[in-house]
Structure formats: C-alpha cells, structure tokens
Design a protein around this ligand. Structure first.
Ligand code: SF4
Length: 138
C-alpha cells in the first residue's frame, strides 16, 4: 500500500482517555499472530479502539504506562496460557477491563507465523461484542 493510502491512527498519547487501548503479546507462534491480527483488525475497524505498544509498557516507558492506566477500556490479548501480556500489565498494578487467551479459544499453538483468517474474524467479533458490554474504567 502506498503511503498516501495509509490509515492514520489517533495519537494514543493524547487521546487515550477516550480510547479503548488494545495490548497484544504478538508472540512468535500461531496464537500470538492471531492475537496481533485481531488487534490490528479491531484498530482498523473501530475509531475508538487503538492498538498500543505492549513492549513499551513492559520496558517501563512512562508515556506508555500512562496510556494503559488512563485508557477508557483496556483490552489484553494473550497468545497462550503463559499470559505474558496480562502479566506485564498486572505487574504494574494496572487492572485490565478485558483479557483473552487465544489458545483457549479453539486455536492451537503451533510454531508458525501463519494463521487462519477465519479465526481472526471470529475472535475479533467475539472481543468486540464482549467489550462493548463493559463499562469505561475511568
Ligand atoms: S503469551 Fe504465549 S504466545 Fe504470547 S508472548 Fe507469551 S509465550 Fe508467546
């Protein structure tokens, strides 16, 4: 896609209080990649949802920790039962609004970066429906 057609996102550092922030583990296995694609899909299709940098939260980047803390709803997507994304956030005493583990949702953890687009569509719909029923955190 040429740069002229790039979809520009909201600046999460400035608009986080009005946004549902999505942090995905992005693990290097099928389940991590499904989680990443779900996060991308939710971001692209919902102007009030925005993927943000989990690695920066883990690295104690102050702006990114603040984004997680101040988000309207905080959505955590883990690939497998190690639940790395949840642990990173909870270790900072930040309570997510919603957590999901892709490996518990009918997707096998396989050592591949390939995934089934139907799993991405199905889980994006599920998360969207469930998060829409939750109250804002702040
Ligand atoms: S939760 Fe699982 S898939 Fe995600 S980063 Fe951790 S070990 Fe990898």
């Amino acid at each position: 896609m040429s740069k002229e057609n790039w979809q520009l996102l909201q600046k999460c550092s400035q608009e986080t209080e009005g946004l549902d922030i999505i942090l995905a583990c992005d693990g290097a296995a099928s389940v991590g990649q499904v989680g990443h694609e779900v996060a991308v899909k939710l971001t692209r299709e919902n102007a009030e949802a925005r993927m943000c940098c989990l690695a920066a939260v883990g690295a104690n980047s102050k702006p990114h920790v603040a984004i997680a803390e101040k988000s309207r709803k905080l959505i955590i997507i883990n690939g497998c039962q190690n639940n790395c994304a949840s642990k990173i956030v909870r270790d900072k005493n930040i309570i997510p609004s919603y957590e999901i583990t892709i490996a518990k949702e009918g997707v096998d953890k396989v050592p591949t970066l390939d995934f089934d687009a139907e799993d991405v569509d199905r889980l994006a719909k599920k998360i969207s429906a469930e998060v829409s029923k939750l109250p804002a955190r702040n």
